[in-house]
Ligand binder design. Structure first.
Ligand code: KET
Length: 399
């Protein structure tokens, strides 16, 4: 019966991470998947999360189903974090927010909603984008196109081309934007550039779909949400998928949220109902544990302060590692290839390494970066950064 089923070629990110786990070499370095490791190379349990979890275990109780939209305290806290506690749209009750299975679940529920109510609309993602964007949106039946984004020559942004392409899209097209810490390139829009994009989306009557998986890893929790706040204030039809996988180091708990900014409270109630219907059709309702942790940390002043401070430390450590590898490559690679380590932001840098060089890095040096050349700089630490720099220098020199 199943003879005709072809083998799954694997996922470019998750499958490589699995290969890494199986690699027996002691000097191996995992710079493939977007996971933050601490300076000891360990996946951190954030102190605020540990404290919230200890308290929760003491008060463990029955576990019924959550509502389709998720835990109310979590939804409210997530909305405040994404849009700002004093957001006008939030105060007016115009934002429909629901708990989702990570950022991926938010993208999928949002995609199903759009496919159902905007069946003629197509989506445009950056070139390049997180590989799974295409997979999720095509899986929901949407046609996926790209707009110009990354400039290979400079390691920067093709801003004029991006703006021009967005300015030509048919009305009601969907534009996927990365709020901050662009995956895979690490190249973000400046606040001035966002201020130019927003009116174009508005004028062309487009739908902005913002993916915010790295809030807090760029400049700060507030600054990283600049585009979300500006789009909401400008009244651009806006959908936001946010993830707590990285900024709470809660990858396996699958904590995310989906928000749709509407023009009235009444409209938001109708939209929320249809998002719930998409949840019911996918997985019925979300899980309890991680949501309780996130909600309790965000709503308790002491836990929240601890979480924010630890997140800032993580962000600073990434910056320090960017500096270390930038120094380590001095004199070994050209300046265009080197400058990006400090010019780009967040967990990722597009190294500009060729596929053959990436393969040599893995085969000969046990250093894992994605085939596309994407490096997760959050996997670097004081013990491996020099080794990674010298390995890159060696493959670039072709020795
Ligand atoms: N959006 C972006 C931009 C993103 O990088 C990820 C994960 C997600 C959404 C998914 O978030 P989650 O809450 O885990 O569902 N990216 C890393 C892991 C992965 O590919 O699944 C990565 O790029 O390595």
């Amino acid at each position: 019966m199943f003879d005709h089923i072809p083998a799954y070629p694997g996922d470019p990110i998750l499958s490589l991470n699995e290969d890494f786990q199986l690699d027996p070499r002691p000097n191996k370095v995992n710079l493939s998947i977007g996971i933050y490791f601490d300076d000891a190379g360990k996946l951190p349990v954030m102190d605020a999360v540990r404290r919230a979890e200890t308290a929760l275990l003491g008060a463990i109780g029955p576990r019924s189903y959550l509502p389709m939209a998720g835990l109310p305290l979590y939804r409210d806290a997530a909305q405040a974090l994404v849009f700002g506690a004093d957001s006008e749209a939030r105060a007016a009750g115009r934002i429909a927010t629901l708990q989702t299975l990570g950022g991926s679940g938010a993208l999928k529920v949002g995609a199903d909603f759009l496919k159902r109510y905007f069946p003629a609309s197509q989506i445009w993602i950056s070139d390049p984008s997180w590989e799974n964007h295409r997979v999720v949106f095509e899986g929901a039946g949407l046609t996926v196109n790209t707009y110009p984004y990354y400039d290979e020559q400079t390691g920067g942004l093709r801003f004029a081309d991006m703006l021009d392409a967005i300015g030509r899209l048919p009305e009601q097209s969907i534009v996927l934007l990365h709020a901050c810490c662009h995956n895979p390139t690490g190249v973000d829009l400046s606040p001035a550039q966002w201020a130019e994009v927003v009116p174009v989306l508005q004028r062309r009557k487009l739908i902005a779909f913002v993916d915010m998986a790295y809030q807090g890893f760029g400049a700060s929790l507030e600054e990283d949400a600049t585009c979300v706040r500006e789009l909401a204030d400008a009244g651009v039809p806006l959908i936001v998928a946010n993830s707590f996988s990285k900024n709470f180091s809660l990858y396996g708990e699958r904590c995310g949220a989906l928000s749709v900014v509407c023009k009235s409270k009444e409209e938001a109630a109708r939209v929320l109902g249809q998002l719930m219907s998409a949840v019911r059709a996918n997985y019925s309702n979300p899980p309890t544990h991680g949501a309780r942790l996130v909600a309790n940390v965000l709503s308790d002043a002491s836990l929240r302060a601890s979480w924010e401070a630890e997140l800032a430390t993580m962000r600073e450590r990434i910056l320090a590692m960017r500096g270390t590898i930038h120094e380590g490559l001095a004199g070994h690679v050209d300046e265009v290839m080197r400058a990006r380590y400090v010019a780009q932001r967040g967990m990722f840098t597009y190294t500009g390494l060729s596929e053959a060089q990436v393969e040599r890095l893995r085969n000969e040096y046990a250093v894992y970066v994605l085939r596309s050349g994407r490096m997760c700089v959050a996997g670097l630490n004081a013990r491996n950064a020099d080794y990674v720099a010298s390995s890159i220098a060696a493959v670039v020199a072709g020795v």
